[in-house]
Design a protein around this ligand. Structure first.
Ligand code: AMP
Ligand code: MN
Ligand code: MN
Length: 325
């Protein structure tokens, strides 16, 4: 329960992972709003990197800090949706200087880097875990909207296997608070700017199938991003679109962050545990969605990843063969 986590803490910093996604922003704002609504004697602040414009529909988005003012430190730092300390980015400094640290997360790769934690790798989203800590009757419409947004994004609008019956029950409770579900889904998940659609189209056009058409990959260079006038926040959703290709088990999307340095997103449909592949190369994530950073050319990255995918595919095939003996 949140009361226990907040015990003795008058000042609370909330932070999430770098390049914040819907669940990260939704869980941070949801928790922040709840503390603001129900613990008037405590002061909470949220620290996050810049995030996609569409999340500005959450009222408290305006109050988020993108840098740390001089000389502040907190009684408690709560990190949300962040699998390791490095991925806190600039707010890692507040984590280091806080009197107490607590982590709420659902990354299978999270080894428990805070003093105390609530980590459930099977949970759909951190937003769902935050909801579990709250008292239902004290959840305001603003808190509910933020958490609903987080759940929608990490479940791909309730589509992925991580969406459990509990996820739907919580979503129903949030809708009962008055959340405008269709608006959140349309405005923050599906809606794309013209430039975002163009870059998506470009990535799909350039995609390649390999390993007997079970894998698909595509990439966007810095030059291409400049050409279309887009930033990394505009690339969200490309990997999901690659993933839905018929016959594909693993989708890989990468974009250049520096010359021959790529941020890689991995997604799988049913069988391959992409978190294991990401972890092998220093990244992390979930079974069906993971990320990492890799050096080399596009083809080097694909070759290295393919090797690890193949290892898993072979062991899966081996297991299946045994079943038929
Ligand atoms: P992305 O492909 O960036 O959307 O990330 C997919 C999932 O993996 C998200 O839950 C991320 O938080 C996580 N993730 C992405 N990159 C990394 C990384 N370098 N290390 C650990 N986890 C990551
Ligand atoms: Mn996230
Ligand atoms: Mn998440």
């Amino acid at each position: 329960m949140l009361n226990k986590i907040l015990k003795d803490a008058n000042t609370i910093a909330i932070g999430g992972h770098i390049r914040p996604d819907g669940d990260c922003v939704g869980s941070c704002i949801g928790l922040y709003q709840y503390i603001k609504d129900n613990y008037k004697d405590k002061k909470a602040d949220v620290y996050l990197e810049e995030f996609p414009e569409s999340f500005r529909c959450l009222k408290a988005a305006e109050e988020i800090h993108h840098e740390i003012p001089d000389g502040v430190n907190y009684d408690l730092f709560i990190c949300l949706d962040c699998g390791d300390k490095e991925r806190l980015g600039f707010s890692g400094h507040l984590f280091d200087t806080a009197r107490r640290t607590y982590c709420i997360d659902h990354h299978i790769s999270n080894a428990g880097f805070a003093q105390e934690d609530y980590i459930v790798p099977d949970a759909s989203s951190t937003s769902e875990l935050v909801y579990n800590l709250l008292e239902e009757e004290k959840v305001s419409l603003d808190t509910a909207t933020a958490l609903y947004l987080g759940i929608v994004h990490d479940t791909g609008v309730f589509q992925y296997s991580c969406a459990a019956p509990s996820t739907f029950r919580i979503a129903a409770k949030l809708l009962e608070k008055g959340v405008d579900g269709p608006k959140i889904i349309q405005d923050t998940f599906y809606e794309k700017t013209y430039a975002q659609n163009q870059i998506l189209g470009r990535a799909l056009l350039e995609s390649i199938l390999f390993m007997d058409k079970t894998c698909i990959a595509s990439y966007i260079t810095k030059k291409t991003m400049d050409f279309y006038g887009v930033g990394v926040k505009d690339l969200e959703g490309i990997v999901s679109q690659l993933r839905v290709t018929k016959g594909v088990e693993v989708a890989i999307f990468m974009y250049e962050t520096d010359t021959n340095i790529y941020k890689v997103s991995l997604r799988s449909k049913d069988q391959i545990d992409v978190s294991r592949i990401a972890k092998y190369f220093g990244g992390g994530g979930h079974k069906r969605a993971a990320g990492l950073t890799m050096a080399g050319t596009y083809y080097d990255v694909i070759n290295n990843l393919s090797e690890r995918i193949e290892v898993q595919m072979e062991s899966l095939a081996g297991r299946q063969e045994k079943r038929y003996i």
